[in-house]
Ligand binder design. Structure first.
Ligand code: PLP
Length: 375
């Protein structure tokens, strides 16, 4: 399938032999026949029919050989990290990681005897300087949360390849509609499928796309960690991905227009959106993204951020992102609430910062809602 839109709908569908129904049947069993099979089929082995079929769709979207789905984005992230890192290894992580990833790295890796560095900046020279004899892995996340910082994907992949490192990207914010990092040489692409892939704020799931060799390694670790996704949620995720391309196209449009209008508003100090020419990562984003995504952040000039959110009528103050409903949150009170004041300052997280996840609603109604809240 050449087109993403077609792959979203058709890749990996299971044809129902009994009825020829359009949708994949759901195989709910946890007990399957085993005689004459090389390998038993079992949900936690990540090989039940629905999970395997959705793996094919994930792989198609990311232009990878293999895909695998998990019960959360964190199950995907921890399975991938623990699959490749062992005692005595060193790993490099970019700055501005998703809070859950940062928490796992900073509170657990050392217990396994794994060293790590978190880069001060996400430029390639900074990453290069951190490479040591025992470095095994480079982990990036672009655009990042919540300031939408951009890391150069191709340069990161090349640096990793030239130094024999496994490269991993968290591609949650962009989704495969806006960037396909495996095509730029990144080894492992992972997602919190809870966000854009699910797209309706009703599924918690994760996904990975990579080559066959890495897939086997990750799946082996994942089978021990046990973060598989049940057949019903796999089906719901497959169903949701059918509309991924058109949802994200609309979210790109809404976020882009909101970013422009907010930039021109006198109630706003600063807007962070990679599609804006003034954004620090715009030039690289233009090179590596086909759309700039549905996420943007902005700093209020005068208004109290909590009061502002309470005044919104259509846009809901809620955590998470990527759904069809436009939602807004204050990173200082949610994802970054555990950081010290000094760390928040270092990361650029001010109290007046709000992060908006654009949905698919009518743009003018979204703008009217923000406008009435300002007034
Ligand atoms: N990566 C990013 C960028 C996220 O925003 C999140 C969740 O917010 C995760 C990973 C973790 O995903 P999950 O909550 O599905 O475990």
């Amino acid at each position: 399938m050449k087109s993403l839109k077609t792959a979203c709908v058709h890749a990996g569908s299971i044809v129902d032999e009994n009825t020829q129904g359009v949708n994949s049947p759901i195989y709910t069993s946890t007990s399957f026949a085993y005689l004459d099979l090389e390998e038993a089929v079992y949900p936690r082995y990540y090989n039940i029919p629905n999970a395997e079929a959705l793996g094919v769709k994930i792989a198609a979207l990311e232009h990878a050989e293999k895909g695998i789905v998990f019960s959360s984005g964190m199950a995907a992230i921890t399975s991938a990290l623990l699959a490749f890192l062992k005692k005595g290894d060193h790993a490099i992580f970019q700055t501005g990681l998703y809070g859950g990833t940062f928490h796992f790295v900073s509170s657990e890796l050392k217990r396994f005897g794994i060293e790590y560095d978190i880069a001060e900046d996400n430029d390639i020279e900074t990453f290069r300087k951190l490479i040591k004899k025992n470095t095994r892995l480079l982990f990036i996340e672009t655009p990042s949360n919540p300031l939408l910082k951009i890391t150069d994907i191709k340069a990161s992949a090349e640096l990793a390849r030239d130094n024999g490192l496994i490269s991993i990207i968290d591609n949650t914010f962009a989704s495969p509609v806006n960037q396909t990092p495996h095509r730029s040489g990144i080894d492992i692409v992972l997602h919190s499928a809870t966000k854009y892939l699910g797209g309706h704020s009703d599924i918690c799931a994760g996904a990975i796309a990579c080559n066959n060799e890495n897939f086997l390694r990750i799946r082996s670790m994942a089978r021990s960690l046990g973060g598989s996704l049940n057949a019903q949620d796999v089906y719901l995720l497959e169903r949701s991905i059918k509309t991924l391309a058109i949802r994200v196209e609309q979210q790109n449009i809404n976020a882009g227009i909101l970013a422009e209008r907010l930039s021109a508003h006198d109630g706003i100090d600063q807007v962070y959106y990679p599609g804006l020419p003034a954004h620090s990562g715009h030039a690289i984003a233009k090179k590596q993204m086909s759309g700039f995504g549905g996420m943007l952040s902005f700093e209020l000039r005068h208004d109290d951020p909590v009061d502002f959110q309470r005044r919104l009528r259509l846009i809901r103050p809620s955590v998470s992102l990527g759904g069809v409903d436009t939602i807004i949150c204050s990173p200082a009170l949610t994802s970054h609430r555990h950081l010290s004041e000094a760390d928040k300052k270092k990361e650029g997280i001010r109290d007046n910062l709000l992060r908006l996840s654009a949905g698919i609603e009518d743009m003018d109604e979204l703008w009217s809602d923000l406008d009435q809240a300002f007034r």
